[in-house]
Structure formats: structure tokens, C-alpha cells
Design a protein around this ligand. Sequence first.
Ligand SMILES: [Zn+2]
Length: 481
Amino acid sequence: MPNPSATPFVLRIARWFGSACAGASRIRLACLASLMLQGAPGIAPAATPPASDAPTAFVDVNVLPMDSERVLPHQTVLVRDGRIEAIGPSLPVPRDARVVEGRGRAWLSPGLADMHTHADTADEMKVYLANGVTSVLNMGEASNAFMGQVRPAIHAGTRPGPHVYAAFVVDGSPRYGHLSVTGADEARWIVRLARTNGYEFIKVYNDLSPEAFTALIEEGRAQGLPVVGHGVTRVGLARQLDAGQLMVAHLEEFLYTFFADPNRSGDDPSPDPARIPAAIERVQRSHAFVTADLATYDAIARQWGKPDVVAGFLGWPETRHLAPQRRIEWKGSDYARRKGSLDENRDFLRRFAKALSDADVPLIAGTDAPTIPGIASGYSLHEDLRALEEAGLSRYRALSTATRTPGELIRRALPAAETFGTIAPGRRADLLLSESNPLDDLSTLRKPLGVMANGRWYARADLRKLLDEVAATYAGAAMPR
Ligand SMILES: [Zn+2]
């Protein structure tokens, strides 16, 4: 394994910030100097919402505000300048408003959020939108083109897609392919650089040293970039939560750095259900959020040692909207070559997720799409909701993980940011219109009548068109078989 400290720190970080930094080391150093002083060229902080040309009125719709388990029948919802302006049973509709008629037979919910993705292309963002997903949190390794061009264009309203939050991932060794820091000074510096480049979170990874972890927490607090992410082996989730880590991503991190029996190792840590209350107590004390990625762990368990299962995933109709390079990643993933079974862990995580929900720990939907075989961008969020319902959560609680609770996470993390995740005046106008009540059947959210993202309305035909564009692009780029 290469020693991270063998490469000068400035050259290690050159790979991660600024595509203009490719080339000779002297150029990279010059480029880095400019990053340190003024941020990457072309990388702007999240833009303000676009001014819509005209207000939109949803007339005679049944509203799920998602502030509590209730439905408000026969409402008018008025949207102006990217925000929800008013809700009421008999609001006057402005003469210049675009009207979306519900006729009492359409249900309006907050747009959905997938708070753990690795998707980072303009095409993938269209697929999210077509699936009703209006907010995503990119959890690491977003390309410079995405951060510098695609994300600002979406936020400015010149490209279709969800609002994108982004975490910068930091590790203590290069073995998983992430940027690694060797000590506290480098860790602090990375937080400042991530902030300069428009990231909202720091994502911690397995091999960080305790000193670097503490420095990330402290500098993150000073710079307004909360720490989220994995269990760090040499720190352990219990201490990470006590130190102020805002979110654990993902649920299985508890298997490795909380429930693990130190006398056993590998993929079978044999979690002890008797320790679930202790884990819950620890999370409650820290007021942290937990990513509930049950569908993802389930997909991994299903393909563990079973190449046929991955071949089956690649035959799904949704894979028309899976980029050719993602197909190659799915085919090459090594889960299918592993030995043993994850079934016991999967069952444990279902039980753990239900116990966390019962204890009112804020659970957040997140899928790790599209890097895990079987976890397609957009579509997998609906699988996550289904898995949470199967684990015993009520449909309201399951839907909260993808609406209200992600909104609360962002409000805690970024107090000055726009709010989303419930339907109320002042919220970002991220909405999903469905044919039936999601609280009766969550799968109605898979086929939206239309989606509004940041005040921009996409009717079902518009969403279909976005998907067809993506499929055509990918079909044209497909490798010969
Ligand atoms: Zn991930």
C-alpha cells in the first residue's frame, strides 16, 4: 500500500479540486495557490433560486404537508419565485398564474430527497427528477465538471435536476481511493478548502486517525461544514457521535464500529441485538441523524457471491437510464465474488432501523446510487421507502425519511439555507403530484403526475421526455456487446 505521506500534500489534493489542475506539478501548484486564495474558477456557491416567470397555482389538490400525519383536502397551493407562497381551501388564483388542476383527485407531497448519492452527471440528475427526487446529497467524489458547471446550472434553473448538496470525503489512507490526510493540520486545511469550493459537508471515512477526525470536527464547526459519514475504525461511532458527528452514513456503519465483536472481523461481525438500546441511547444523546439505506444493504446481500443476481439487475428496464460506465462498474463489482452470507446482518439492520424509528431517531433515506449494483439513481429511492415499510415503519414514517427529516438535517447543518421537505409557506417549491394518497400506497410516488423542482413544473410528459433523452444518449454511447 502506498504511504500517503510519501506524496506531498499539495499534490495529493490537486487530484480532488479543480480540473484545471491537471498537468505538470508546477502548474498544479500554481492552480492550488489560486484555489486557496479565491476558490476554483467557475465554482460558485449555490445560486439563489431562479425567478419564475409566472406564479403557479395547484387547484383542488389534497395536500400532505408532512409536518404531521394528515391530509388537507381540496386545497389551493400557490407558488411564486421558487417558493411556496400560500396554501388554503379557497385562495384567489392570480390571473397570470399557470394552473395545475387536481379536481380533488390528485395528491401533493413534498418532493423527495435521496441524501446519499454518488451520481454526478447532468443525465443522472434528469433521472432523479423524473423519479420525483428534488434534493440529493452527493456523498463524495463528485467530478469537478459537476461541482463547477452542472450543479450551478441546476441551481440557476438552466438545467433540470434536483437541488444538490455535496460532501467532501476525507480518509486517513489512500486504500479506498479517497483523499487522505496525515494529521490535524492537513485536516483543518482541507475543511477550509472544501468550504472555498462550495461543499456543505465533510464526509469522514474509515481510516482517519483520531487526531485528524477531531480536527475535522473542530474546523468543520468553525467553518460551518458539519461532519457526516462512516464509522472511523480507530475512533468508533460512540465517540464520533459524542464529538458531534451530525449524521451516520450508513446504518451498517454501526455493525463495523459499534456492534462489532473485537474478537471477530471481516464481513460477519455477528451483531448482538441486546446492544440495540445502547446504540439508540448514544444516537439520541447526540441528536444525530442516521441514514437508513435498507434497500442498498438488501441489494448487496442478494448479490453477495451470486453473479447471476447482478446479471438480473442489468436486465431491468430501468437500466435504460443507467450510464454505460455505471453498467461497467456494476458488472465489475466484487460483491458477487464474495463468500458467505449477509442475510443475518440484513435482518439485524431491518430490526435496528425499526427500533431507531420507534425511538424517534431521525432516519434519512439514502441509497448510495448508482455505485452499488442494483441501486439505480432515482428508482432506488422508492426501493428504500418500500424496504423501510417492510421493516415495519408506517408509511408516514417511511415517507418522512425522504421529505421532512432531510429538510431538518439541512436546517440544522446550514441555518441560512432555504428550507424544504414540508409543504408550508416559505419553503422551496419542491413538490410531487401523485394519482393517489401516498399514505395509502407509497408506490404511487414512482409514477408522478408531475414534479416541481425549485418552482419549475415538469408534467408527466416532460418527465417522460427527460428519461427518453437520457436513454437515447446512453444507447448512443453503449459499448458493442
Ligand atoms: Zn456512499
